[in-house]
Design a protein around this ligand. Structure first.
Ligand code: ADP
Length: 604
């Protein structure tokens, strides 16, 4: 791999988020760093004027240049600081948007994939907690810019100083001091780069030992009710103390390692400053330059030292940061591999789409067992299908496969006799409307939520909201369909209850006018009787669409034409409510009587 190739690729990508940022930042760096040189140069001139007692006019001119020059530099610095801050925000926003867009554009199986979730978490942790990755790259590039600006001034002063020294000859004392200075610079740079390497590697490994309360337990939250009920405060405090102890131990070990490098480095640094000061004083006493220039050249040598150490620090840090940048770039390289298909889905007003599962099995990435096993079922046009079974029996997975959020691991699903993979993916998705258990409504106007578009058919949307039972609440909406949901972006937005949100989600499903409507327990938070009422009311509205109702509560779906019972990833029974109940040895019978005792209104 070429040197810094990862940094170069990441930089190109990062710069593209706002090409104006880096040139402006460079200009700002120039103005931020010019001031010490400008003042060093003028102070030297003023001290020499005073020492040599020349005319007042020259002195006043120098003071005036100093004042106005500093004023100009300060004003430019302030203007650029403001401009660069805005450009930085644009850059960061575009970067966050690109990251978000990448996540949104991933195939659904990738979104749920635990490794890819972990990958995303790592990027955020690297950057926000440890300050590595893109954030580190941008900090080090700024440091390099500073070094470039300093280098220009330092070279000018170096040539000036060298040309004055040449007039008196190098002298052996001067040579010894120069060699000492150069040797010290080398030692400072070496100890610094070793220390950076150690600290980066340590930071990479420490991720899991962060002072993170998540380590107390899976899904732990300090205001968890169970903590109170089971009086777990004592156990939790002890666990937290354990985390703090581990954390402190790791930090003090790292501190010791850091100290082992920092101590010799500061010794070399001190020696470096002394030798540079002695060099300037030595040549001044020989008359190579006036007294005023001592300030200038001591300052200049300090600046050389700082620039050299900054430069090596930046390039070493950039190199070590590549392991974190690679994690960032790799995320953008994740390819969608779901076959997109090209066969056009017929636009059928009669909605005659016949879907069949043929011996379909499915296993989630990294899972030990199949979530679905040998599923054989066909969905008849216009039928009401109920999918029932205990939690975890495979109902939602069945829907995910039906809507092609995942492809089967074995077997095939066909629509009108063609494998669904062959159909244009977008067009295939368009024939489904699904209301999932954890549906999402957006903080946009109500109409936009119902239509899933920025324009909507007013009459149709209002009619559907009325039909799903949202009518009364709709009448209170200050701006009708234009009323924003939630107050995230608009103080005039309205907050809605969970039940109201469900009704909007149902209206959204109907608005799409898709051939298939699927309700995947969006009513799970309601009591069984309310759920049964919503399901049967919804059934009156859906018309000729093929509808799939999912529930772990059998009573909600008894009105359906066909009921499919899932158990442990398999279809164990299929039939009407009456047929299934008649089979006393069947799963449906067992579940029905296990549940019936809870619903007095729905018992047989
Ligand atoms: P149901 O909808 O009947 O409650 P699911 O279809 O959600 O059941 O789950 C079926 C099985 O697949 C369960 O064992 C569940 O733990 C597992 N499962 C569901 N989603 C995932 C996932 N994204 N990754 C791995 N396993 C999953």
């Amino acid at each position: 791999m070429k040197k810094y190739s990862i940094t170069k690729a990441a930089f190109r990508m990062y710069r593209s988020y706002n090409p104006k940022y880096f040139p402006l930042k460079f200009l700002q760096t120039f103005f931020d760093n010019i001031s010490p040189y400008f003042n060093l140069w003028l102070s030297a001139e003023i001290v020499t004027e005073l020492y040599e007692g020349r005319g007042r006019r020259e002195l006043y001119t120098l003071v005036a240049i100093t004042l106005f020059g500093n004023l100009f530099i300060s004003v430019m610095g302030a203007v650029l600081k403001r401009t660069v801050a805005v450009q930085y925000e644009i850059l960061e926003n575009n970067q966050a948007a690109a990251f978000h867009h990448k996540t949104l554009s991933l195939d659904y199986d990738k979104i749920e994939n635990p490794e890819i979730r972990q990958h995303r978490r790592k990027i955020k942790e690297n950057s926000w907690i440890n300050g590595y990755g893109v954030m580190c790259m941008q900090n080090q590039i700024q440091l390099l810019m500073k070094c470039i600006v300093n280098f220009v001034f330092v070279m000018a002063l170096f040539i000036e100083m060298l040309s004055l020294i040449v007039t008196v000859g190098f002298q052996w004392i001067g040579l010894v001091l120069s060699v000492t200075m150069i040797a010290c610079i080398v030692m400072v740079v070496l100890t610094q780069s070793w220390s950076i390497r150690k600290i980066t590697l340590w930071n990479k490994n420490i991720g899991d030992l962060m002072l993170d309360e998540n380590r107390i337990g899976k899904g732990y939250h300090p205001d968890g009710m169970d903590n109170r009920i089971y009086c777990q405060q004592g156990i939790i405090s002890k666990l937290f103390e354990k985390i703090c102890r581990q954390h402190l131990q790791v930090f003090s070990e790292a501190g010791n390692k850091d100290f082992a490098y920092a101590l010799p480095m500061s010794l070399f640094y001190g020696l470096l400053e002394i030798s540079s000061f002695l060099i300037v004083c030595f040549y001044c006493t020989l008359g190579a330059f006036p007294v005023g220039s001592v300030i200038k050249y001591v300052g200049f040598l300090r600046s050389i030292i700082q620039s050299v150490t900054d430069f090596f620090s930046a390039i070493n840090t950039l190199k070590d940061n590549e392991i974190f940048l690679k994690v960032y770039l790799d995320y953008f390289d994740i390819r969608n591999d779901m076959y997109q298909g090209s066969l056009a889905v017929e636009k059928r007003s009669d909605k005659k789409f016949h879907i069949e599962f043929k011996n379909v099995s499915f296993r989630y990435a990294g899972a030990q067992n199949d979530a679905l096993k040998n599923i054989n079922i066909s969905l008849q046009v216009g039928e009401r299908l109920a999918v029932v079974g205990r939690n975890g029996s495979g109902k939602t997975t069945f829907i995910k496969l039906l809507c092609r959020l995942y492809d089967p691991t074995e077997g095939e699903i066909t629509m009108n006799d063609f494998n669904i993979r062959k159909y244009d993916y977008r067009q295939y998705l368009d024939i489904f409307s699904v209301v999932f258990q954890d549906f999402n409504l957006l903080a946009v106007p109500l109409g936009c939520n119902v239509a899933s578009a920025s324009t909507w058919d007013l009459e149709k949307a209002e009619k559907l909201l009325e039909e799903v039972g949202f009518g009364e609440r709709y009448d209170q909406m200050p701006k009708g369909l234009d009323t924003p949901l939630y107050k995230n972006f608009d103080q005039d937005g309205v907050n809605i209850s969970g039940g109201e949100a469900q009704k909007i989600a149902l209206a959204r499903a109907l608005y799409r006018d898709a051939a298939f409507i699927i309700l995947d327990e969006p009513t799970a938070a309601l009591d069984p009787i309310a759920e049964a009422e919503i399901y049967s009311k919804f059934d009156e509205i859906v018309g000729d669409k093929t509808t799939v109702y999912i529930s772990h509560r059998l009573s909600s779906c008894r009105f359906c034409d066909k009921i499919v019972v899932f158990d442990n990833g398999r279809i164990v029974q299929m039939g009407t409510h009456e047929e299934l109940l008649a089979d006393e040895t069947g799963k449906y019978h067992e579940l029905w009587y296990a549940q019936a005792q809870y619903y007095t209104r729905t018992t047989v």
